[in-house]
Design a protein. Structure first.
Length: 310
């Protein structure tokens, strides 16, 4: 099985969408530059959603037009409906991500549609994307639990995955929106879907509310999954899913992958610099566990050097 893992950075979209302080386009581009310098090659850059629903993403068109295109980075944009699809394609998107929650209530809160309507809209947009040569990625949100309805049966997730793939989706991302999952659940979902469809078209998106993000990632890796979303500094959360904290921090994910012999092409020291840029832009303290550890290592080294110099 391949040891190469794609780390898909979602900090600019999932990470920022819940931030109270609006980060200007220049600030988003500064975060992106730092991520690219660290080796990031796959980025969900923004979402073409209603600016009333998510003011932070109101600049999606301008940002997308200004993304650096000559650095070997693949960009995606999240779209909630046909209008978002059209805006994204007009701005130059070649890959779109759609969102479908596994429960009635989360669809209504997130995109103001019933589960059945959201499923139909997702199918229509996927079909249109495929006809127009655009790649389509489908998120199944609340795949293990919903902030409004509680636990979600895996059969519901399997059924929605079937429908998205039948419609032509290139990839399905299983999302633990509020970070309520455990590794046994994730293993069951991914092993079942990987057996049915192969692991190549599946990916994981884990919010790290209870510090389980890495454990869930490992459970999915063991099922052959080789693509994961994460967010620089652990930024993130869905404004319409109370209790959703940040995504798994990119630096923690990359550290685990590098230490375990997986190849993702990203450098943790570079990510630490990107965390600093994200902190400057959001005016808050960020960073996964590995940032605190790296800082403590540096403090120890400095102390040892100055003791040796005395
Ligand atoms: P609505 O109010 O039902 O939409 O919102 P509508 O179709 O009735 O239209 C109302 C107005 O919005 C109209 O404008 C439309 O043109 C406009 P008006 O006539 O009032 O001036 N509109 C749009 N404008 C820009 N872009 C669009 C768009 N669509 C309609 N695409 C809607 C429905 C879906 C638009 C809204 O609820 C929405 O934008 N929701 C997005 C919510 C969101 O961004 N959630 C976070 C992303 S999902 C997530 O974080 C989960 C994920 O990370 C995985 C996980 O962790 O689970 C992916
Ligand atoms: Mg999310």
């Amino acid at each position: 099985m391949s040891d190469t893992v794609i780390v898909n950075e979602v900090g600019l979209r999932d990470g920022l969408q819940n931030q109270p302080r609006l980060v200007p386009v220049e600030g988003k581009l500064a975060i992106l530059e730092a991520l690219i310098a660290a080796g990031v090659k796959s980025v969900e850059a923004t979402s073409f959603v209603s600016p009333k629903a998510v003011p932070q993403m109101a600049d999606a068109g301008e940002l997308f037009a200004r993304l650096p295109r000559d650095r070997g980075v693949a960009y995606a944009a999240l779209v909630p409906n046909e209008k978002g699809y059209e805006r994204a394609v007009e701005a130059g998107a070649k890959t779109i991500a759609l969102v479908l929650a596994a429960t009635e209530t989360l669809n209504r809160k997130n995109i103001n549609m019933s589960l059945e309507r959201a499923t139909e809209v997702n199918i229509a947009v996927i079909k249109r994307a495929k006809a127009e040569g655009i790649e389509a990625r489908s998120y199944i949100s609340a795949a293990v639990g919903c902030p409004y309805e509680g636990g979600v049966a895996p059969e519901v997730v399997f059924g929605l995955t079937d429908r998205m793939l039948d419609a032509g989706a290139d990839e399905v991302a299983i999302a633990d929106t509020i970070g309520c999952g455990n590794p046994a659940q994730i293993k069951h979902i991914f092993s079942t879907l990987a057996q049915r469809y192969g692991p190549e078209i599946l990916s994981g998106h884990f919010h790290d509310t209870r510090g389980m993000g890495l454990t869930l990632t490992w459970a999915a890796l063991e099922c052959g999954i080789r693509k994961f979303d994460s967010s620089i500094g652990g930024l993130g959360g869905c404004p319409f899913a109370p209790g959703a904290s940040g995504n798994l921090a990119t630096e923690d994910l990359v550290f685990m992958l590098n230490e375990s012999g997986f190849e993702c092409g990203i450098d943790v020291t570079g990510l630490r610099a990107a965390v600093k840029v994200a902190e400057e832009q959001t005016k808050q303290k960020l960073g996964g566990r590995v940032v605190a550890w790296l800082e403590s290592q540096e403090r120890r080294k400095k102390a040892a050097a100055s003791a040796a110099a005395e």
